[in-house]
Design a protein. Structure first.
Length: 398
């Protein structure tokens, strides 16, 4: 039945579901759910994580399927809670992030609970569609140890930006998003980048002096959704490059994988989220666009805007990083560029090892007004240094 669902044979699936609905419900529910949970376990082994799975279900299916898969994840993950310190806190934290809780009524299966939203046949159809999707998903690079390996010993999550630094960065970016003055937003963003760069330098110096644990590049998947996912992936890639990280965009699955040290990835994620908000607001203010014949060119305009914005922001962030490195290096009499270059190269190697067949990709800008507007908006983001404020296949986004 699942193979017919994958093939799009909806009439056969509908007949099969009706026949299945006539069988004893509890027995059917248990067998169906055991199958779904088995496939979820196999996906953990194949590199998927709870947030990834929730995202792809939401991207391709509906609300009922999202609810069912979240329940299945919660049920399948119940035994991991008994592992104590051996469980990976960040991985388990994703269950709360996607609201995967055991919230169905006691004394029944969660597939039967789903029936409350409709009839039993529809609940079974939801299970079939969900299973078909789970079975179709490809293996992903293994970014974290899957649950099957947690019993080997206590799991230690990679370090992240200290809470004090992260709090200040988020405060600055929140101010950048809320102000109506572009120059002020740019100064806040520049200060956030400077602060993150200074922390990155401090960590690199500690490692070089043997006074800090060596940072190992890791991978983190970040959602890159339509519309204009190609331009958004380019913006993420430019932000990552400025912060010593490397990204690989997976167009079909709707995310980019960023590689770098955990602290740098925190910086990239915060900046990407904030700059995307700022760009989205600017696009809304631009309104719809039409050619001389009255035909809409809004899509071309917005994509071109975002591409130009990504290019310009990449330059601006790079200038801020370079100015900070020069200032700190001058104060301490150190050559910091080679030191940071080693960390950058390690991130690139991690990406190449995970995606040995990746290809380069750069979205094009086809609307002149959109390109100039995006460039102008990026230019107004005066991200230029410490003195501004006292405070298918996998593609590499180029």
């Amino acid at each position: 039945m699942v193979s017919r669902q994958q093939a799009g044979d909806t009439s056969f699936v509908s007949r099969a579901v009706l026949r299945l609905a006539a069988e004893p419900r509890v027995e059917v529910a248990r067998e169906v759910l055991a199958t779904i949970e088995r496939h979820i376990y196999q996906l953990w082994e194949a590199g998927w994580q709870p947030v990834d799975l929730d995202r792809i279900v939401a991207r391709r299916l509906g609300q009922s399927e999202i609810r069912l898969v979240r329940w299945a994840i919660a049920s399948q993950s119940a035994t991991y809670e008994d592992l104590g310190r051996s469980a990976a806190p960040a991985w388990m934290g994703q269950l709360e992030q996607i609201e995967a809780g055991r919230t169905w009524s006691p004394g029944t299966t969660y597939l039967q609970q789903l029936e409350a939203d409709g009839d039993w046949s529809e609940a079974l159809a939801v299970a079939v569609r969900s299973t078909a999707l789970l079975m179709s998903l490809p293996a992903l690079p293994l970014l974290v140890e899957p649950p099957s390996r947690w019993r080997a010993g206590a799991t230690v999550d990679p370090g992240s930006l200290p809470g004090s630094v992260l709090s200040k960065v988020r405060s600055l970016l929140a101010k950048a998003e809320s102000t109506t003055f572009e120059a002020e937003a740019d100064a806040f963003t520049a200060k956030a980048q400077e602060m993150m760069t200074r922390h990155r330098i401090d960590r690199a110096l500690l490692e070089a002096e043997g006074r800090g644990s060596e940072a190992t590049p890791i991978g983190r998947r970040l959602a890159v959704d339509d519309p204009y996912a190609d331009a958004k992936s380019m913006l993420l890639a430019r932000i990552a490059d400025a912060n010593g990280c490397h990204t690989v965009w997976c167009k079909e699955l709707g995310f980019s994988t960023a590689f770098g040290c955990a602290e740098e990835l925190d910086a990239v994620e915060e900046l990407f989220t904030s700059l995307l908000v700022q760009a989205t607001v600017a696009l809304r203010q631009q309104g719809s666009k039409y050619d001389n014949y009255g035909r809409s060119r809004t899509t071309r305009f917005r994509r071109s805007f975002l591409v130009a914005f990504a290019v310009r922001i990449g330059h601006r962030l790079g200038e801020t990083v370079a100015a900070t490195v020069t200032a700190v290096g001058g104060d301490q009499g150190l050559a910091l560029v080679p030191l940071l270059a080693e960390r950058d190269a390690a991130a690139t190697r991690a990406a190449e090892e995970a995606f040995p067949e990746m290809t380069s990709y750069s979205p094009s800008a086809t609307d002149g007004e959109g390109w100039h507007a995006g460039t102008r908006f990026g230019d107004l983001a005066e991200i230029d240094g410490p003195d501004k404020l006292d405070g298918g296949g996998f593609e590499e986004a180029a």
